[in-house]
Design a protein around this ligand. Structure first.
Ligand SMILES: Cc1cc2nc3c(=O)[nH]c(=O)nc-3n(C[C@H](O)[C@H](O)[C@H](O)COP(=O)(O)OP(=O)(O)OC[C@H]3O[C@@H](n4cnc5c(N)ncnc54)[C@H](O)[C@@H]3O)c2cc1C
Length: 320
């Protein structure tokens, strides 16, 4: 029996989440004596997944699958699930995967758990742990149906290389007509997005005004990071709302979150709790963010950040 993963692509390249899904599925499959099958659409190098323990890669190359379409994608994935005789489907936490997760749960009569942070335990049925209450609590959930869909929380398991012999199959799905169609995509930015970023550099009201944001952008550029901000910063129009992080904004699950001049109000922390390492730069040693930080610098951002940028530049040039 195969565990099926849906490996999302962008312009033919696998999104980084795919390697984590594959690593997770491989670990689970090894424990349960199962195999791992991946389904992907228009991947330019599908066999890349064999480095992460995937035994079979179903890559459907089709113009109709170029852009995300919830109806078409969920039809193809449910067909693959049934053809592979799967019982477990693993999805990422991207907005597209969350979108189709609900549709697939109905189609496959499957229990669907999002924000999963553990491997399933089989000691008492089929149970997993998930993040809940904006990552402030863990919840154990039992799936009672025969089929299960797990939406893996980003960066909760990590990427592990497992070189595996795999077969790649190009399958033509019977694509039923869609209910809607993407006619054009206009990207708002060519920079790294918060959802895809490994590193996020975020600024708060402590930066005094939009004219000082070049510090955040310079630091983000040198780290290959996305930029983000607190809610008041976007409310004031210093930064676009798409960058606002927190309970009422975007969640961030990056490996590194650098907060500059952000107090660390509970509503902000709600959005960054699941980031791995948090670095805080703040003049006020009593700022609540320091309690949630892994590393803290008590100092003026206008002194600390330029020095940090300079050091990173020196480090990069001495390592080139
Ligand atoms: C219902 C509700 C929902 C909310 N949702 C969100 C949300 O999703 N996201 C969010 O961010 N907020 C949210 N908020 C607002 C939240 O409560 C805080 O008001 C907000 O996060 C504070 O933003 P800030 O830290 O940028 O600003 P401030 O609270 O003004 O903090 C600025 C910080 O900068 C420091 N500072 C000042 N000068 C410097 C300097 N030169 N160098 C370094 N540090 C300096 C200060 O010591 C201070 O800690 C919400 C509030 C409510 C009521």
């Amino acid at each position: 029996m195969a565990i099926l993963i849906f490996a999302e692509t962008y312009n033919g390249e696998f999104k980084k989440d795919c390697y984590e899904l594959a690593s997770y599925a491989y670990d689970l499959a090894s424990e349960k004596n199962m195999s791992v099958t991946a389904i992907c659409f228009n991947a330019s190098n599908p066999s890349e997944l064999s480095n992460f323990g995937v035994n079979k890669i179903i890559n459907s190359s089709n113009e109709e699958l170029k852009d995300f379409d919830a109806t078409i994608y969920s039809n193809c994935i449910s067909d693959a699930f049934e053809n592979e005789n799967s019982k477990i489907l693993i999805l990422s936490s991207s907005s597209n995967s969350k979108y189709i997760g609900g549709i697939l749960a109905i189609k496959l009569k499957a229990g669907y758990i999002t924000n999963v942070i553990s491997k399933p335990s089989f000691s008492n049925g089929f149970s997993v742990t998930r993040n809940t209450f904006t990552n402030k609590a863990y919840e154990k959930v039992n799936i009672l149906s025969e089929n299960s869909i797990l939406g893996l929380s980003k960066n909760s398991f990590g990427i592990k290389e497992n070189s595996t012999k795999s077969e790649v199959k190009d399958i033509k799905f019977n694509i039923k007509s869609a209910l809607n169609k993407v006619t054009s995509i206009e990207k708002m930015t060519t920079k790294v997005t918060i959802a895809d970023a490994d590193i996020v550099v975020s600024g708060g009201r402590g930066l005094k005004g939009p004219e000082n944001w070049h510090m955040v952008e310079d630091l983000a550029d040198i780290l290959g990071a996305a930029t983000a901000c607190s809610k008041p910063v976007s409310d004031l129009g210093w930064r676009p709302h798409s960058e606002h992080v927190g309970q009422t904004g975007k969640p961030v699950s990056s490996n590194l979150y650098i907060a500059i001049g952000i107090s660390g109000a509970i509503q902000h922390l709600a959005g960054v709790n699941s980031s791995k390492i948090k670095v805080v730069i703040n003049t006020d040693p009593e700022a609540p963010f320091f309690k949630a930080a892994d590393y803290g610098i008590v100092g003026d951002a206008f002194e600390v950040v330029p020095k940090l940028i300079e050091e990173l530049k020196n480090f990069k040039s001495s390592n080139n």
